[in-house]
Design a protein around this ligand. Structure first.
Ligand code: DGL
Length: 270
């Protein structure tokens, strides 16, 4: 069997939080990261346009990378298109969806906050997770318009505006009958990049749930169960980041990808 070839996909840099966990879990794997940065942010896209976009970009990436497993390291994409990509491409896919089940298991106050993109909070998939696993809790969902971009800016070396951050997270910190939100789900893979700053401006301490370690364990299990044929063509090297923008549209992001383990950019304009 050849080395495990794993394609990680997100709209931007958020999936790097998942890539980091996968690299720790599977240090010998061949990792290729892909960001549909020409489509970023996904949070505001219309549902049917986004599904078509994701199917198109993932199809092109699969041809190029010949992965054994694809990780959709994006809640906004997974909650809307996971079923369709599984149907369209006969490969194992691991998705990322808001960690509502573990949040319901961990909360003591029964009050959970979910920070995600406006797209993710509007999805039926997300509401079904709450209905199934957190029906006995009070769940405050907030579609944060700017958090993903603030996280990208941080990785590009810009300072984080803490007042803006405070406003973006405030809606999930609630009090009810003497009890407070005690668990906050980071329902977008970009948000763990900001967890220190979020904790700094939060009105009280809570547990923040980042699903990356659980996703990495799942990827390892799927890799174990999956045949790993040699690639037919020449595939991008380990550490490649594939971007959908023209080269000039990403120059300020390349150092951030390199610092997170993906120093080899390839442009696949879309
Ligand atoms: N990282 C993505 C997620 O997990 C989406 C960010 C965006 O494109 O708005 O939802």
């Amino acid at each position: 069997m050849s080395q495990a070839r794993i394609l990680l996909f997100d709209s931007g840099m958020g999936g790097l939080t998942v890539a980091r966990a996968v690299a720790r879990q599977l240090p010998d794997a061949h990792l290729v990261y892909a960001a549909d940065n020409a489509g970023f942010p996904y949070g505001a896209w219309k549902e049917e346009d986004l599904v078509a976009r994701i199917l198109d970009v993932i199809g092109a990436l699969i041809e190029k990378v010949e992965p054994h497993v694809v990780v959709i390291a994006c809640n906004t994409a997974s909650t809307i298109a996971l079923a369709q990509v599984r149907e369209a491409y006969k490969l194992p896919f691991v998705g990322t969806v808001p960690a509502i089940k573990p949040a319901a298991a961990q909360t003591k106050s029964g009050i959970i906050g979910v920070l995600a993109t406006p797209g993710t909070v509007s999805r039926e998939y997300t509401h079904a997770l709450i209905h199934t696993y957190a029906y006995h809790c009070k769940v405050f969902l907030h579609g944060a318009k700017r958090l993903a971009e603030i996280a990208e800016n941080k990785l590009k070396g810009r300072s984080v505006d803490l007042d803006e951050l405070r406003r973006e997270i405030a809606p999930v910190f609630r009090k009810r009958e003497g009890r407070n939100t005690d668990v906050v789900v980071l329902g977008c893979t970009h948000y763990p990049l900001l967890v220190e700053e979020i904790a700094q401006v939060a009105p009280w301490p809570v547990t923040y749930l980042d699903p990356a370690p659980a996703i990495a364990r799942r990827v390892a299990d799927v890799i174990d169960e999956t045949p790993r044929p040699e690639a037919l063509g020449v595939v991008p090297a380990h550490g490649t980041v594939i971007l959908t923008s023209p080269r000039g549209g990403a120059s300020d992001a390349l150092a951030a990808y390199a610092a997170m383990g993906f120093p080899l950019p390839v442009f696949m304009e879309r």
